[in-house]
Design a protein around this ligand. Structure first.
Ligand SMILES: [Mg+2]
Length: 414
């Protein structure tokens, strides 16, 4: 038996964990640079604010209805997400983090699953103040369907366990086929030509037909809807093959020093990810560009090959410093920039070169990571990243980093 736990409206829910006075009020979270609506809670959806709407278009509407507006607070979301996943892992030795707010857990061999689902839900609320729905079923696809039912169908109180085939049929007949995991809108449109509208229609379709008219993945979905486990999650999360850090600027950059600072910051972010997964990179890609909406859009790119593969922030930023003149042209109003680390390999089996000097300093990097892990990101940084980052992302409505920054710890007055 598989359980899928999913946080309801994760970003808006995370925003009210430490601001409970805002709970129940309409709230939206904006994308990078406060450009568009990234996420909304139920109350904001009821005001008919569309997702992905540019903020300037709905600003008036938000002011009129006293909608609470927040910039994306990734520090808060990723920390809460980690805590959420770690709580789920206490319920099973075999869990799979599917996304920032969804985790699967294999509950095979455990009893009273409906009760267990309710316990998980209550515990995450008690300890994290995040509302979740739990769906339990015999396969990954059924767990997803149960989760959908827990969220959308009345009477489940956030927990749905598909126990019997009658219950399975009842739920699948209330579910549109496009809501089935792995179907999506495009396939659903074609399925309608076969008179398949609801999830139950798909479940009753002979798997052979799904394979011949579509593909093997849809055949697996049909089998899974009938309780036959076919899909599996990877027990180990595959390491990333490439690591990128890119972003648009809050303000256009026109000087070389600011451009270097922005790129050095991307180097620090990407190199940290590289060290976290125990990899080193052979090659660096750097780019800087004006906006594609500018009259004459311009973009520049560099490729740099390290003599010895590295994950050292200062070596990587040093390579950018050496090549910055190829990225910078006076007069270009730079809008975005970023770096990519590619040709990754494990740091344990690096081919050494007797003629090349390894300039990495792993001890210094360990020290840097230890300081930043303990005191919050950005406590220790390369001087090259700059102290006053005026080009940084626009985040006018940012909430505090309650859980990852000592200075933002909530104060309680008794
Ligand atoms: Mg969710």
């Amino acid at each position: 038996m598989i359980a899928l736990t999913d946080v309801n409206s994760f970003y808006p829910s995370a925003e009210v964990v430490f601001e409970p006075h805002n709970r129940g009020k309409p709230l939206i979270v904006l994308t990078n640079n406060d450009g568009c609506v990234a996420a909304l809670n139920r109350q904001a959806k009821e005001l008919n604010i569309p997702r992905f709407a540019p903020y300037f278009q709905i600003k008036e509407l938000c002011e009129k209805h006293k909608v609470i507006v927040r910039s994306s607070n990734y520090e808060l979301y990723s920390d809460l997400s980690m805590r959420f996943a770690s709580l789920i892992s206490e319920y099973s030795p075999n869990v799979h983090i599917y996304s920032i707010d969804e985790s699967f857990a294999d509950l095979s061999g455990q009893k009273n699953l409906l009760q267990l689902g309710a316990d998980i839900r209550r515990r995450i609320w008690t300890e994290l103040r995040l509302p979740v729905c739990v769906g339990i079923g015999e396969t990954i696809t059924l767990a997803k369907a149960a989760n959908h039912a827990a969220k959308k169908i009345r009477g489940y109180h956030g927990v749905c366990f598909i126990e019997s085939s009658q219950q399975r049929e009842a739920i699948l007949s209330q579910m549109d086929v496009e809501d089935v995991w792995g179907v999506g809108r495009r396939i659903a449109k074609r399925l309608k030509l076969f008179n398949i509208h609801k999830a139950i229609d798909l479940a009753k379709w002979p798997p052979k037909h799904a394979k011949t008219n579509f593909n093997i993945l849809l055949e697996q979905t049909v089998r899974e809807l009938n309780g036959e486990p076919v899909k599996e999650w990877d027990t180990v999360r595959a390491d990333k093959q490439q690591i990128w850090s890119t972003r648009s600027f809050g303000e256009r950059i026109t000087d070389i020093e600011s451009l270097y600072q922005a790129l050095a910051k991307h180097c620090a972010i990407a190199a940290k990810k590289l060290r976290d997964q125990g990899s080193v990179a052979q090659q660096l890609i750097g780019f800087a560009a004006s906006s594609s909406f500018d009259e004459t859009p311009q973009s520049f790119k560099i490729l740099h090959r390290f003599e010895v593969p590295t994950n050292d922030t200062s070596v990587i930023a040093g390579a950018v410093r050496e090549n910055i003149h190829q990225l910078f042209k006076p007069g270009v109003p730079y809008y975005r920039a970023g770096i990519g680390l590619v040709e990754l390999r494990s740091e344990c089996n690096v081919q050494l070169d007797i003629f090349a000097k390894d300039r990495s300093n792993p001890k210094l990097m360990q020290c840097l990571d230890a300081i930043n892990n303990r005191f919050g990101n950005g406590t220790a940084l390369l001087a090259g990243e700059g102290i006053e980052q005026k080009w940084d992302m626009r985040r006018e409505y940012l909430s505090p980093q309650y859980t990852t920054n000592w200075r933002h710890i909530p104060k309680i007055r008794c």
